[in-house]
Design a protein. Sequence first.
Length: 289
Amino acid sequence: MSLPASILFTEGSLLSDALPLNQEKSSKERVVRQISQERRIVPNSADTTILNILEHARKRGARLAEIAPNSANTRNIGQREIILMILGTVIFGILKYDADQLIMHNSILFSGSIGNLPYFPSYGDLLLRGLAFAVALFLGVKFGPWVGCACVLIGSLSGDILTGYLLQAQWYQDVANASIVFISGLAPLSTYGRYNTKKSVCIATLMSFLGIFVGNYFLASADYMVNHFIASGFTSEFIARMITNVIGSLIPLIILLIIDERFITRGEQKAHRISGTRANGTATGIGPS
């Protein structure tokens, strides 16, 4: 029995009949896709605020990633740290040498307290020792505890050896001095060695004050036990050393941080201007060949 001619079909005729349907479907999909791509979502104020916060966080993270490895590595010591450590050691050693010489020759700078006031340090302690520790604290808060400790220990021993004061010095004095700089040298863990904000400067100052307190308390306590001081002698030494380091070291430290940050900022601005000039020259085709 044969089928009517009206419903006769072959495999080829079936595919040819379905082809227009597929083309119509794909064309509709393209139209829908084109319409969806042409739609634009207009962000409201809340969305704009969130996007700005995310962009600021992204830039801040990139900035920290750029600063952290280069500015203050508290575990590895590079060429820059070695150069500054040598320079700081020389300055510390010279100031320590001068102080030892003045003490051995009974200089008036070390003969009495300022204004003969109780619990006050001498002029020599405030000027020479205070400034020496300002240099060591600066290296510590910039490059970490090991750079600061090397500056203090090597500089102090060098000054004592050159003046012959080494036999009169007590071992715990070097331990106390190193502890002052070591504690202050923990500041770069939070500041990355950059002090362009009030918060970072406050962190460096507080960590340095903590190191000064711990080191001087240890030194006064050791002197109290070794030399059999009375309680008033312990209090007098501790307060005098605190005044020496707070006035003679912390204030110059803050000034050094501000000056150093000014130089760093100027260097960064100069580098940005040079890179911008090169980029513009490359874009216009007039860059260096």
